[in-house]
Design a protein. Structure first.
Lengths: 68, 246
């Protein structure tokens, strides 16, 4: 049981880490990229653009949190 | 295709994949430790040998796009976490040397709990994923290039030659890398994991990159510019003295 808890904690730290927004944003965006790609649109720019947006949101959220 | 051309094509295509795997292993090994990264590489090699020996030519039927999607997504999420921390450190919002406190805590745990905590699962997992995915791609190259020309053995010779060249390059590059400041390295690792993660997950989702593997260089440049812009933004808002990313 302890091993299962450690295994779960490892994957939580690995994927969620300090800010859950990163993982959630990436999964939503990649699902969107998958959808448009399978409808004939080669939107190669979409993921880099979304990654930039996700990182900006996460960093500015931390800046606001620390300025409080 | 002439035999020499077959070897050359397999060599070049395999070398590209191996350099990608080497980049990830070097990044993880230098920043998180070689032992666990080495175990990750060894486990990936064993897994690859089992799969290649078990499937042989049937390898061409493996769902490589699904693998790219899963591995790329996990690398992207992990890489973004590193990059976020690196940006906050370089911007002055997070202590540059909090690794020292973490290291002290780790050493205290080791002393209290014997050597069992010495294994770093992060380093193991990232190295394993990188080598396993790239190794599978090399196996595909050998099976498809060699299969279409009716000479898998010659294609394998090209891939083996690439492995030797890339390993030698890794040994040469490894020493200078260890002299780079830790926080700068971590910044670099965050950039590389994020760029590779974007590249693989988008490919796995069905996107075709303009310029194929060359677009990775563009992605790395894009992530570097993004990161340094964010560092500048954080520094300005925090009004901290000018610092380097190291």
């Amino acid at each position: 049981m302890k091993w299962v808890a450690q295994f779960g904690k490892f994957w939580y730290d690995f994927l969620i880490g300090d800010d859950w927004r990163l993982a959630v944003g990436v999964v939503i965006t990649i699902s969107g990229v998958f959808f448009v790609a399978h409808h004939g649109v080669n939107a190669w720019w979409l993921l880099p653009f979304a990654v930039a947006l996700i990182l900006v949101i996460s960093v500015t959220h931390e800046m606001r949190r620390q300025s409080r | 295709m002439h035999s020499v051309l077959l070897v050359a094509a397999a060599f070049l295509a395999s070398a590209v994949e191996m350099v990608e795997a080497l980049t990830i292993v070097l990044a993880v090994g230098v920043t998180r430790g070689w032992r666990s990264a080495g175990w990750g590489v060894a486990a990936a090699v064993v897994g690859l040998v089992v799969i290649v020996a078990g499937l042989g030519p049937a390898l061409a039927n493996l769902p490589i796009d699904s693998l790219r999607l899963v591995v790329g997504t996990v690398l992207l999420v992990f890489g973004l976490q590193w990059l976020r921390k690196a940006v906050l450190r370089a911007g002055g919002l997070k202590a540059l040397h909090d690794e020292e406190a973490i290291y002290e805590a780790e050493v205290a745990l080791l002393r209290a709990d014997g050597e069992r905590r010495g294994h770093d699962w992060y380093a193991f997992t990232v190295a394993f994923k990188g080598v396993f995915l790239e190794g599978l791609e090399v196996a595909f190259i050998v099976v498809t290039f060699g299969g279409t020309q009716g000479n898998v053995g010659l294609a394998a010779v090209g891939a083996l030659a690439a492995l030797v060249v890339v390993l030698v390059a890794g040994v040469i590059v490894h020493a200078p890398l260890t002299r780079v400041p830790e926080n700068t390295l971590k910044f670099g690792v965050g950039v590389m994991l994020t760029a590779f993660g974007i590249f693989w997950s988008a490919e796995g989702a069905g996107i075709t990159w303009p310029g194929a593997d060359l677009s990775l260089l563009g992605l790395i440049g894009f992530v570097v510019v993004l990161s340094f812009s964010l560092v500048a933004l954080v520094r300005r808002s925090a009004a901290v003295p000018e610092m380097t990313a190291s």
